[in-house]
Design a binder for this molecule. Sequence first.
Ligand SMILES: *Cc1c(COP(=O)(O)O)cnc(C)c1O
Length: 364
Amino acid sequence: MRYIAEAVERGHISGDGHYTKLCHALLEREAGANKVLLTTSCTHALEMSALLLGIQPGDEVICPSFTFVSTINAFVLRGARPVFVDARADTFNLDESSLEAAITPRTKAILLVHYGGVACNMDVIVPIAARHGIPLVEDNAHGLFARYKGQRLGTFGVMATQSFHETKNFHCGEGGALLINDMQYAERAEIIREKGTNRSRFFRGQVDKYTWVDVGSSYLPSEILAAFLYAQLESRDEIQGKRQRIWQRYHDGLSAWADRYDVQLQAVPANCEQAYHVFALVMPSLETRQRLIAHLKAQGILSVFHYLPLHLSDMGRQYGGQPGDCPVTERLGDCLLRLPFYNDLSAADQDAVIAAMESFDGWM
Ligand SMILES: *Cc1c(COP(=O)(O)O)cnc(C)c1O
């Protein structure tokens, strides 16, 4: 509230002021990207990446089917055709063993999502993208500050996107960021974000007037949002510490139970420092998942499923998606469940959730 009041008192609450600059500097330092631009959402950062990569009608873009609609919609908006790849059964991330077979001469980008902030298998994916000369974009909405073999997620692709939507670990209600690693995209990113003008260069004194130079839109968040976000980012260790404790308590409390009933918890490979964005488990069947949701609901506990397979959505079917194309994703759509997970979830409430899970007897 203090930062928001200060932003207002500064007299300019449009974008790219004091707090936006503080957020950019903090994210460049702590997330390890060469250049960061706050945006109005992760969806808009994805739209920027599709513009920056020059996606045209008829281009193909590879992406997981197990993701949020924005990952691919931003590219479909430019006329791209989605090519969906299945998920791994253990981490729920894009199955790297199916990646190469999805590449064609029309492939213009590979999109990745690090589900729950657990990294994809970058040791395999990065060389495949490099060998084919296809730019990699990380939709890192779940994975800010997480690492793979010590390297920050969001720094493997030519660019990456973050979400600061209220449902994410750090937020400002609605917001996002574009992280640019390959600096050949940096100047054009500023222009696209500023309605296709070179206004950013004008403010830096590099040109004496600004003008329309390219396509673009308005992707800058207000200083009020940046002020809120800066406080969140400053509190990153406290927030992540809480989330780590919550994740660990579920994991410790439910591992034996999961083994006993053939329930699968999301795997976190040893080389991943994850972001603790979700606690997800896979029930043995759609029926048991639905019964567990109802059982928890009867005790006042809200549990939720996650992504419905994009290849089977109305839009996905228009691009030829068929049942059976991505069997692991279809199973995750049917069987995956997320437990209550928010920063101030108390240990006592978590123990009540765990006890409610243990009392579930709807297996048959
Ligand atoms: C939340 C989310 C988005 C969209 O974020 P917005 O900031 O709401 O646009 C995109 N991709 C993934 C993987 C997400 O989880």
